[in-house]
Every structure is written in C-alpha cells, then in structure tokens.
Design a protein around this ligand. Sequence first.
Ligand code: 5CA
Ligand code: ZN
Length: 416
Amino acid sequence: MQPWTTVPYPQLPGLGIPLRLHDTATGETRPTAPGRTARMYVCGITPYDATHLGHAATYLAFDLINRIWRDGGHEVHYVQNVTDIDEPLLERAKRDQDDWVVLGMRETALFREDMESLRVLPPREFVGAVEAMGEIVELVGKLLASGAAYHADDPEHPDVYFDHRATERFGVGFGTVSSYDEETMHRLSAERGGDPDRPGKRHPVDAVLWRTARDGEPSWESELGLGRPGWHVECTAIALNRLGAGFDVQGGGSDLIFPHHEFSAAHGEALTGQHPFARHYSHTGMIGLDGAKMSKSKGNLVFVSRLRADGVDPMAVRLALLAGHYREDRSWTDPMLATATARLARWREAVSLPAGAPADEVLARVRTHLSDDLDSPRAIAAVDAWADQTVTRHGRDTSAPGLMRNTVDGLLGIEL
Ligand code: 5CA
Ligand code: ZN
C-alpha cells in the first residue's frame, strides 16, 4: 500500500542520545541498541472505522521512537501493517450493507490523512494483509511441515492451528512476551478474537493460522486450500520478511500483548528457531473517555477526523496526547485539549520573537527526557519553561527561537 506523505525532518545540532525503552517481555527499561538501520514493526489499524484518539496516541508514541533514533544518527526501517481482512471488518460491512473492500479502502485513506495531519512520519513499508497473502500462506505451510502447526479435528472445517508449545522443542516456553498465567491467557483469548472453546484443537489456547472458507466469507485459493489467514500470523509474516528475526522494536497498544504479540512472536520463533523475535516489546497505555477504554465496540470514540472537521488544530491534538506518558492508561478530556491549545499559542508566541532565552540547554533536556523511555511530559515541561522565560523576560539570544522551533519540530513533531 501507499504510505502517507512525509514531513521534512530538521537536522539538529550535535547528536541525540541512545534511547532507553521499557520492554514488556523482561519488565526492564534498557537501551535499544540498533545497528546503523534501526528496525521497527508497529501493528497497524483494522480499517473498519475512523482513527480515534487511542490509535493516534499509539502511533504518536512510536513516532517519538522513530524521531529519537533519527536524531541519534540512525536510519529507520519502519514497517506497519493494515489488517484489511478480519472478522471486525466483515461484521461492520455486513451491518452497514457495505462492501468490505470499499470499507477498508475508505477507512485506510482517512487514516493516512489523519496521520499526515498529526505529522507522524510514515513507515517505509505499509503493507496490507491481502497483498501479503502469498507470504502468509508460505509461512503457514512451513509451520505445518515442521510440525508446529496442525489441522483441527473437524472434517468440515479442518482449520490450521498453531501448537502453542511449538517453541519448547528448542527450550523456549510459551508466554515469554506477556508472562500471563494460563487462566489469564484463556480468558484473553476468548475476549480478543480467539476460540478457546472450539472442539478439535489440541489445546484451548492454540490460535488459528488458516481458516478454511465459510459460506458468504471472502477466501483465497492457496496450497492450504480455500480460506483466509488468522490475525497473528499476518504480522509475523509481514515483519519477518522485511525486518528479519531479532528486529529492534515490536510495538502496539497494551491490548495487543496477548494473544496477538505472544503468538506473532511464537510463530516467528518456531519458524526461525531464533529467540527473541523482537528485542523490545513496547506497549502503549489505553486512551479512554469518561473512564472507559476508547474502543470501537463500546462506541465511546473521539475521532481525529471529527476534531479536524471541527477546526481543531492537529498540533494541539498531538500536544495534548503527548502531555501524558505513553505507558499510562489515561482519559481524553476537554480540558486536556484546552491546555494544549493554550500551550501551543504560548510556544508560537515565543518562537516568533526576534530573540529568546538560550536554547542549547533546552535541546539537551528535551533529548534527555525523551530518550528516558519517551518521557514526553518532562520534555514538554522543559519547552514550557523556555517559552515562559522568553515571553515574560525576552532574551538576547537571537538563534534561540529558531533552535527551539527546530527542536520542537524534529523531536516532538510539532510545527510551530
Ligand atoms: N490491526 C490490529 C493490529 S495488527 C489492531 O489492533 N487494529 S486496531 O485498529 O484495533 O488498533 C490499532 C492500534 O491502536 C493497535 O496498536 C492498538 O493496540 C491501538 N489501540 C486501539 N485502541 C486503543 C486505545 N483505546 N488506546 C490506545 N491505543 C489503542
Ligand atoms: Zn499486528
């Protein structure tokens, strides 16, 4: 698929600081250690509805990683998928008597516009499940051949499942990403698209790799028979074939820790024999509204496109979301947007002055805070202090307003 259009990335003086990032799998916050080219995979949207502020917050967090790595002199190979075939898409299309292909294309186009307006740097590769069908089929075929996958004991629908114990044969147990106990895994499988109670599986937790065709559902002809792929293997194939095993960061919201990232990793490891699938598993907190997680199924959504249509400055939306720490579950509120709008106006006033308080120290502070597990609230506070000082007392440093404009643009992605 065509990614969205990029925005210029200003070069900042000096070199950025290596990023320390929390890793869900080990529970530690430790340095990312990319090579010359950093490799990141972030789980993309299922395009059956518009981008809400929860999605936006998640992609903004990974945009900070992208920016910090670039500031540190790395190139970034960023891959993002689009789950353009899956249950939720088919259900929504049916409900609205829409064509699932048209629905997916329409919502993906809107997502691109939203990302562009928020100045999120685009992935180098933006890949739909449908266009990756051949690679997914090949991967499932290999898992079957190696014994890591099996057909369900069901003559009518012998769907292919992944044996979740498959990596044990080289000494890696299941559960290295989430560390959840079996009861939690069972419960979350049922809540998040799995089918723990289906008969014919070796184990309730096992996840589907290839679902044989059902009446009225789209399906693809393949060496696995007519059918469509499971969700987790889509991300395994797209990530592995572009980034290789042991890439730097696998990202998404905390709702993807289990079963999605657990299984994507287990599929990849069973296939390559290499552990870990990704060196860091990075997860963002959930954005809610009025105390409940913002989710399409609950219908309590604030859309980026709605705010744009209402004339809200996307830079204020970006600043409002970055004012919270990415790992915290938090709620979207009107005062958050009001605070961000006022802050944006103050920063704009400060950078439009002919001179200001010295800014070199502020750049250093912004770098330090962001490289400390993406501490955007503290980075924003450092810019606030500079803007207050500059607006109230002016300053004599004529290069400061320009440097602050570039700092805020390059590292926080905010155009003043
Ligand atoms: N297509 C899959 C990933 S392969 C998917 O989860 N799509 S999604 O449209 O449901 O979500 C897209 C991204 O936004 C995922 O990374 C998800 O974890 C994240 N996300 C969803 N809801 C929220 C929320 N309320 N707050 C923060 N992030 C969220
Ligand atoms: Zn995914």
